[in-house]
Design a protein around this ligand. Structure first.
Ligand code: COD
Ligand code: ZN
Length: 370
């Protein structure tokens, strides 16, 4: 058993508290990881607010981490102590029908199908003050050590800087993959990205990498435009600068609508605006943002009748275990630069300060260092 620090959420709506926790050794098929860095994502904020269905408290949040294998359980063959790894909040068991489908990245062992509050054997590896603490999506990266099933861990290049590639566990991969895998953006095409947070900026990078010739970035915060331009946006527009609805502005700007639009905000009105902004016959709209659970939207079905496609994806559609290592290698070859998303770096103990930056809209991504 390892004693170490972790950020524990004892109940919804409360700040995290840094505690000494016990982390049990990995059982068969599991890996214990020493975290080096973790990002703070809005999904962690949703968890703290109690908005993630079926998550249980007390819990150790965090799902955007990178670290080093400390020890392995019986039967683990794909990694050894000392390897650099990224724990995956969408696993790849390799056996379920989704994993066997080359088009899908949505392992049936993910939290949409079965709760990941405990490890697969239905027990926790974490305890604190004699109480069992729940895992979050199996990864719980707000801890100095965590235990994860082998099939929810990707082994990455030994040269990877862990304080940067932690973003590949969620934010970067989600936006970049939405353009590359879900939309399958074609060279020479026109794209619109709604929302220029870390995920939206990653979608801009994906459109650029796919060869889009025009990338229109849409945000109500003009302070986001400089970075969007740096990453490949050709036009930046603020919906508040126009009297007309933004979908009409985009349709006029492009002579009929964009080829691909991305909603990376998570609001009902921008979801509909993004759908209406793409070409009525061949346009593809990708939903990345998530509405509060229980919320619904309604649309005019003629938006789809004329030929538009409306799609979504989780974590950018990547089969995480096999694709994250390749993305990290491309990053090391300087094919894209998600480092620009990291606006703040804080010591792990200041995790609540990181959430304050997120609330205030001051950060794109905060990375915590252990
Ligand atoms: N019009 C234009 N821009 C807007 C509007 C509006 N009406 N409202 C807000 N914005 C802008 C904000 O100014 C901000 O720049 C941006 O939208 C949102 O950025 P962030 O920093 O809040 O968000 P991100 O990029 O970190 O995350 C956005 C998501 C939509 C991905 C996220 O909030 C979400 O819904 N996540 C769940 C979905 C998911 O796949 N997550 C990954 C697995 S955890
Ligand atoms: Zn996330």
């Amino acid at each position: 058993v390892i004693r170490c620090r972790a950020a524990v959420a004892w109940a919804p709506g409360k700040p995290l508290s840094i505690e000494e926790v016990e982390v049990a050794p990995p059982k068969a098929g599991e890996v214990r990881i020493k975290l080096v860095a973790t990002g703070i994502c809005r999904t962690d904020e949703h968890l703290l607010q109690g908005c993630i269905p079926r998550a249980e408290f007390p819990v150790i949040p965090g799902h955007e981490g990178a670290g080093i294998v400390e020890s392995i359980g019986e039967g683990v063959t794909s990694m050894k102590p000392g390897d650099k790894v990224i724990p995956l909040c969408v696993p790849q068991c390799g056996e379920c029908s989704f994993c066997r489908n080359p088009e899908s990245n949505f392992c049936q062992k993910s939290h949409f199908s079965e709760p990941q509050n405990l490890l697969p054997d239905k027990t926790s590896r974490f305890s604190c003050k004699g109480k069992e603490i729940h895992h979050f999506l199996w990864v719980s990266t707000f801890a100095e050590y965590t235990v994860v099933p082998e099939y929810a861990v990707a082994k990455i290049d030994a040269a990877a800087p862990l304080d940067k590639v932690c973003l590949f566990a969620c934010g970067f991969s989600t936006g970049y993959g939405a353009a590359i895998n879900t939309a399958k953006v074609k060279p020479g095409s026109t794209c619109a990205v709604f929302g220029l947070g870390g995920v939206g900026l990653s979608a801009v990078m994906g459109c650029k990498a796919a060869g889009a010739s025009r990338i229109i970035a849409v945000d109500i915060d003009k302070d986001k435009f400089a970075k969007a331009k740096q990453l490949g946006a050709t036009d930046c527009i603020n919906p508040r600068d126009f009297k007309k609805p933004i979908q009409e502005v985009l349709t006029e700007m492009t002579g009929g609508g964009v080829d691909y639009s991305f909603e990376v905000i998570g609001h009902a009105d921008t979801m509909i605006a993004a759908l209406a902004s793409c070409n009525m016959s061949t346009g593809i709209c990708v939903m990345v943002g998530e509405l509060d659970s229980g919320s619904e939207i309604s649309i005019d079905p003629t938006l789809l009748l004329t030929g538009r496609t409306w799609k979504g994806s989780v974590l950018g559609g990547w089969k995480m275990r096999e694709c994250i290592p390749k993305l990290v290698s491309s990053y090391l070859e300087k094919k894209f630069n998600p480092d620009l998303m990291i606006t703040h770096t804080l010591p792990f103990a200041k995790v609540n300060e990181g959430f304050e930056l997120l609330h205030a809209g001051k950060s794109i991504r905060t990375v915590l260092l252990f």
